[in-house]
Ligand binder design. Structure first.
Ligand code: SAM
Length: 213
């Protein structure tokens, strides 16, 4: 399959750029043992990209929408100063427990706070006096536009969706969610945005990066 080329390419690049990481390997192992759909975590290259982006921005407060096993939260928390924080929103109570365990094992409990429950209502009830420097939206794509409206400065993962959004015959709530967000951003004069398709070892994936002017 074509994506195997990209899997080998990721592996090759990672062998130079990403060091073996016992903490993240342990996260992967325990997720697999618990039957968590770990393949929906960002790839190592994407995790490191998020980390470097936060370092470049000097980000201190990060909001994550959709935590899964805490893989991306750990990459992001590592980029923050001692008084920085990742607030991560997760619907599934089983995952909330797993994330807390993984974050503890990574020695990052003081920097990652998980809020259980539907992300949209968690976002809607957040106080405006806690501004976030960066928001990573990576949960149910059907809610992308709602999350975007709440967030405004954001980065949306999986906007590639295997090219689906650009293929008119392909319909799925996830793909419709991406299309709806693109239509919304087209008319939003407060942001500039661009999509980067990444493909890589998963054979799909991408980021939509939006900057609030
Ligand atoms: N960001 C994670 C990473 O890269 O390690 C992967 C997140 S995974 C793609 C999506 C997550 O969003 C799942 O853990 C799922 O349970 C969660 N989710 C789905 N719908 C949600 C909702 N309405 N509110 C909060 N979390 C939700």
């Amino acid at each position: 399959e074509a994506y195997e080329v990209w899997a080998r390419s990721d592996e090759y690049h990672n062998s130079f750029l990403i060091e073996p990481d016992a903490v993240l390997e342990a996260v992967a192992k325990s997720a697999k043992e618990k039957g968590i759909a770990y393949e929906f975590s960002v790839s190592p290259a994407h995790g490191k990209f998020l980390n470097l982006l936060l370092l470049s921005l000097g980000a201190k407060r990060v909001l994550e929408v959709g935590s899964l096993a805490g893989y991306s939260a750990i990459w992001m928390a590592r980029a923050l100063p001692d008084d920085g924080e990742v607030v991560s929103l997760e619907l599934d109570p089983f995952l909330v427990k797993a994330i807390e365990e993984n974050v503890e094992n990574a020695g990052l409990s003081s920097k990652v706070k998980v809020i259980a429950g539907p992300a949209l209502s968690s976002m809607q009830t957040m106080q405006p006096e806690t501004p976030f420097d960066f928001i990573f939206i990576d949960a149910d794509k059907a809610n992308n536009t709602n999350y975007f409206i709440e967030a405004k400065r954001l980065m949306v993962d999986n906007v590639g969706q295997s090219g689906g959004p650009g293929e008119p015959h392909v319909t799925h709530p996830y793909i419709e969610g991406v299309r709806e967000l693109l239509r919304y951003i087209k008319d939003d004069i407060e942001v500039e945005a661009t999509t980067i398709h990444t493909v890589g070892e998963k054979g799909f994936d991408g980021f939509l990066y939006a900057y609030r002017k």
